[in-house]
Design a protein around this ligand. Structure first.
Ligand code: PEP
Ligand code: MN
Length: 360
């Protein structure tokens, strides 16, 4: 795969002609289950075989993984199929055991990335390892925790790093199990442009029917690979049953995904692209200009309210504006969600301006 990264990484060294694929069950359940799925995946484009051994579960009493015993099963996978293996580690003891059992790639789960204490413990245990280590984003949409986790591992001397975007938990109702918040993953990419970034559509969607679409979006956003939970009998999996796909379905998904290039040298394409981008730049400046004008008017309203000692927030007026703008947006093909977000931000800025004026 060509990529725009400046530094060569472990992923370039693999010289793949397709995005990296990590697949296998959410959890190792039995030796037979682990080996059966591995044999079903061994002659496909799958590059690493995953299976969770230690499962951090939200509440005790659920299946919490088979523990270190599963590492022997992963060793067998390697011996019988030649596949490289990976598993999640969540403390220093896990790191030690996984390395002793030749696990090739370790990932740090979302529930560990939220805890700087755990991240430091794992970083110290990994030290200057050559193993590939991938850091999942934290459960909550906090970019700094994700970056901090990577920095701790870098500082400890881990050489082959990468990240996994698995979405973020939210209080709001959503069709996703963990909302993608793509802009956070993009910001992460901007902060660490040389780190391979893998998408995990299984934990984002929580639903096997949505995995293809999220995977395609990730590839369109230049992600370097995918981690997809795979099980021969998803409905009866011991964890995350709704989101696992069968090996056949995984192969179908990989076949159907469109892998887009980052760029194309053709001149006509490039001149058309620059032309469109120039138009976007002009419109972006106009947007700023217009928003600036709107704020000036809002400042005038603030001055008037100050004279009459009237409160800044007028809910009726605000609801009217929103209703009208959602309708207008619909005509222009803009989603309600977008209009709401944009006007909430504009409104907040207006309130801040008026607050300043009223209290001046
Ligand atoms: C997993 O990959 O099985 C897992 C537990 O993921 P996350 O840490 O993203 O919840
Ligand atoms: Mn899972």
């Amino acid at each position: 795969m060509e990529n725009s990264k400046q530094m060569r990484t472990w992923l370039d060294d693999m010289k793949l002609d397709h995005p990296l694929v990590i697949a296998g069950p959410c959890s190792a359940e039995t030796e037979e289950q682990v080996l059966k799925i591995a044999h079903q995946l061994k002659d496909t484009d799958v590059n690493y075989y995953r299976a969770g051994i230690w499962k951090p579960r939200t509440r005790p009493g659920m299946f919490e993984g088979v523990g270190a015993l599963g590492l022997k099963w992963l060793q067998k996978v390697k011996a019988e199929t030649g596949m490289k293996t990976c598993t999640e580690v969540a403390n220093a003891a896990h790191v030690k055991l996984a390395i002793e059992h030749d696990v090739d790639l370790l990932w740090i789960g979302a529930r560990s990335t939220v805890s700087p204490f755990i991240m430091q413990e794992i970083a110290d245990a990994l030290g200057e390892t050559d193993k590939i280590v991938l850091v999942k984003n934290p459960v909550n949409p906090d970019l700094a925790l994700w970056l901090g986790g990577i920095e701790r591992l870098k500082t400890a001397g881990v050489k082959n790093l990468g990240a996994i975007h698995r979405g973020f938990s939210t209080y709001e109702k959503s069709k996703y199990r963990n909302i993608p918040e793509w802009q956070l993953a993009i910001e992460f990419q901007n902060k660490f442009p040389d780190l391979p970034l893998i998408n995990d559509p299984s934990h984002i969607t929580g639903n096997r029917d949505m995995i293809f679409d999220v995977s395609q979006t990730a590839l369109d956003l230049n992600f370097d690979g995918l981690m997809i939970e795979t099980h021969f009998d998803p409905d009866n999996a011991w964890s995350d049953a709704a989101q696992q796909v069968t090996p056949e379905k995984l192969i179908q998904i990989m076949r159907d995904l469109k892998i887009r290039k980052e760029s194309d040298p053709e001149a006509a394409y490039n001149s058309e692209l620059s032309n469109l981008r120039a138009q976007i730049d002009v419109i972006d400046s106009q947007l700023i200009e217009t928003l600036g004008k709107r704020m000036k008017i809002s400042d005038g309203i603030g001055a008037l309210k100050k004279q009459k000692n009237v409160a800044v927030l007028q809910s009726n007026r605000w609801n009217q504006i929103l209703g009208a703008m959602i309708l207008e947006g619909e005509y222009k093909g803009l989603s309600e969600e977008f209009i709401l977000k944009m006007f909430k931000a504009i409104h907040q800025e207006s309130i801040n301006h008026q607050e300043k004026i009223i209290n001046s």
